[in-house]
Each structure stands twice: as structure tokens, then as C-alpha cells.
Design a binder for this molecule. Sequence first.
Ligand code: 4NP
Length: 157
Amino acid sequence: MKKKKILFVCLGNICRSPSAEAVFRGMVEEKGESHHFVIDSAGTSDWHRGEPADKRMQKHAVKRGYNLTSLSRPFETEDFDKFDMIIAMDHENMEELKKRAVRKSDLDKLYMMTDFSRKFKYDYVPDPYFGGDEGFELVLDLLEDAGEGLLEFVNGK
Ligand code: 4NP
């Protein structure tokens, strides 16, 4: 089977998208499906290039058993060729990705993370960077919910 290549994208690649990467990777590993996937994350900005995930995000993620190991990197146009699905956390990320698209087929790869939500009614994953603890917890709640929906979607359920 051909590997499914999924890239999660936010603004800084230090809070939401590294968490999406870790949460989704955890789900895939638990189901024993790791060999079917390539999972990565990137930011629409290069502000935090090379940095590990935000300490506050790491603290909240670890409490739920997720280790955020990725280092921030900016989204690159070549990512459209390297990945099958490019999943934005909010509408600003989506608009930025649309601007970077070169071909129609690039646009067809774009999704909102919340497209896959099951319980939650949010239509984007809110940026937790300038807020308190509850924002980081909400990010993880939304990612766990949408991650399940995404896994069903890619597995054709
Ligand atoms: P992220 O959060 O996009 O979820 O990684 C942010 C990280 C950094 C900044 C904003 C949002 N910033 O302004 O530096």
C-alpha cells in the first residue's frame, strides 16, 4: 500500500501543528498503522525556525502522554509535491497556503483540521500563544477529536 503523507500547518509550528503531528502519530501507532503514514508539521512563518515546541504546549501535551519532538520549520512550496494532505489549523493558515499553491492539484490537497471534528463545533483550532492554560487544553481537545475523524477519513470509513 502507498504511504499516506500528511502535513499539519499552523503559524509558528511551535504550538498547534507539532501537537497535531504528535496526537495523530500517537493514534496511528496505537492502531499499528505507522508504516502506512508519513506525518510532519510546518509553519506558514519562519519566526521560530529550528526551535522546539513552546514549553507551555509541551507541558500540556506531556500530561496526555504526547512528546512534542519536532523542531519548527517553515512550509515550503515543495511540500505540495511531498504530501497528499495539507491540513491547516485556522483560516489565516489556509489563506496563506492557498496563496502558495502553484497548481489546481495543490489546492485540492488543502483541508481544515476541524473538517474532521466529530464532537466539537469549532471551525478552526484557536491560536493558544497569547492566552492561558485553557487555550492549550482546548487545542489538545480539538486535535484529539479531529484526529480520530481524520484517521477514519484516510482509512476510507
Ligand atoms: P502556533 O502558535 O501557530 O500554533 O505555533 C503561535 C506561535 C507563535 C506565534 C503565534 C502563534 N508568534 O506570534 O510568535
